[in-house]
Design a protein around this ligand. Structure first.
Ligand SMILES: [Zn+2]
Length: 423
């Protein structure tokens, strides 16, 4: 078991020290300025998935991971001294059974082979958002295997931050498919981390509620799930409200932060800062799993949020302040170009490369919905009309108050004073 993460913002212990401090005969003088250790990054990928795809008319495009890999390579950011690329492997049936039922796995493979049974249909296979297609099991198993490789890297300490952009299939339930998701790679990674003795924060910032992960860990406290998503009042899967806070031993360890349609960068970051950050700090995790769906970006064809990829930078920097091992998973993102650029930006942020900050002046991107992107990786600021901001802010206040009331007392936190993004 490794030491708890360092909580720089809460005044934690320095990294790489153990909870039991050893007696030193002549302690070294404390440096005036701490020099952070360069983080080791791992990009987990499988060329084999390039031949696998969803049906052409399905919005989920398996090519996004490959395109992101190409983009970060084109920026010279793959193979940097503190990063490595790792080959994924498909998860085995035994591994998949850690979160999925054997009958479900059987029906999934049977459907992929062209035999969708009534039992498979009752398990969600063959619905509008869960098409049956040849590669459905194989692709999902690769995504899960990649998630396990990423988790193994963090457990062994060979990487501090591991990316697996193949999946982020947070809607998959133990015995039910949903929302383009068949096998839950992120839940599998969280479970593997707990079996290695880690306390896990699962933070989901996809536009959709992470209902599958919630379901799997709803009665457990060793995986603390926090989902920030467009409200179930306006978006699939139509749930994920503030009063869903876990059950039994998991009571207080499931948090939903529904966001109103139209949520913009500052509003999201205010909710993140005032709710997610203190909860993560209070939990003192050993590792953070981030589901980084990019269907939150303005211009996504399936959702109704108005965010830019600058939020990705802020969220990752804040999470890296915790000095925890971090698994960055993919997720939604149905404007492929914007999603790929945001994930490349995430990788660059984790490398600690802020080079573009002074010259983020591209054209196109989420602002114009244009493919004529001629800048770096960051989006430009997206202006939001005052009336739209006010409507979002008002609804978000209710969310802040509800989450504070429902969950903060479980973690000995005092609900925050209400505050608007402009405060
Ligand atoms: Zn999504």
């Amino acid at each position: 078991m490794t030491s708890k993460c360092q909580f720089a913002i809460l005044g934690g212990v320095p990294r790489n020290t153990t909870a039991k401090s050893e007696v030193q005969p002549s302690p070294a003088p404390t440096p005036r300025v701490a020099v952070p250790k360069a983080r080791q990054l791992a990009f987990v990928y499988a060329p084999a998935i390039e031949g696998l795809s969803y049906p052409p008319d399905c919005p989920f495009k398996t090519q996004r991971a490959m395109l992101t890999r190409s983009k970060i390579a084109s920026f010279g950011l793959l193979g940097a001294p503190n990063s490595l690329e790792l080959a994924a492997r498909p998860a085995t049936a035994i591994e998949l059974q850690q979160v999925h039922s054997a009958p479900y796995l059987e029906e999934l493979q049977r459907a992929a082979a062209g035999d969708l049974t009534a039992a498979g249909f009752r398990m969600g296979l063959g619905g509008p958002d869960t098409p049956v297609f040849k590669d459905m099991f194989e692709y999902s198993a690769w995504a899960c295997g990649a998630a396990l490789v990423a988790a193994e890297q963090l457990i062994s300490g060979q990487a501090d931050i591991a990316f697996n952009l193949l999946g982020g299939f947070h809607h998959a339930m133990p015995a039910r498919a949903g929302g383009f998701c068949y096998l839950n790679d992120v839940a599998l990674a969280c479970d593997a981390l707990t079996r290695a003795g880690r306390r896990v924060i699962y933070l989901d910032v996809d536009a959709h509620h992470g209902d599958g992960v919630q379901e799997i860990f709803y009665e457990r406290s060793d995986v603390f799930t926090i989902s920030m998503h467009e409200s179930g009042k306006t978006l699939y899967p139509w749930g994920g409200f503030e009063n869903e806070i876990g059950r039994g031993p998991g009571l207080g360890f499931n948090v939903n932060i529904p966001l109103p349609a139209g949520t913009y960068d500052d509003a999201f970051l205010m909710a993140f800062e005032r709710l997610a950050v203190p909860l993560i700090g209070a939990y003192r995790p050993d590792v953070i799993v981030l589901e980084l769906g990019m269907d939150t970006l303005a211009g996504d064809p399936l959702t109704h949020l108005q965010m830019t990829n600058n939020v990705v930078v802020e969220v990752l920097k804040r999470l890296m302040d915790f000095q925890c091992p971090l698994l960055v998973a993919g997720g939604g993102g149905y404007h492929v170009e914007n999603t790929v650029r945001a994930w490349a930006l995430a990788w660059r942020t984790c490398l600690g490369d802020d080079e573009e900050d002074a010259l983020s002046m591209g054209l196109g991107g989420v602002m114009l919905g244009s493919s004529e992107w001629a800048g770096g990786l960051r989006d430009r600021h997206l202006p939001i009309p005052t009336t739209e901001r006010a409507a979002v802010d008002a609804e978000l206040q209710t969310t802040l108050e509800r989450v504070g009331t429902h969950v903060f007392p479980h973690h000995h936190l005092v609900p925050n004073r209400t505050k608007t993004p402009g405060d």
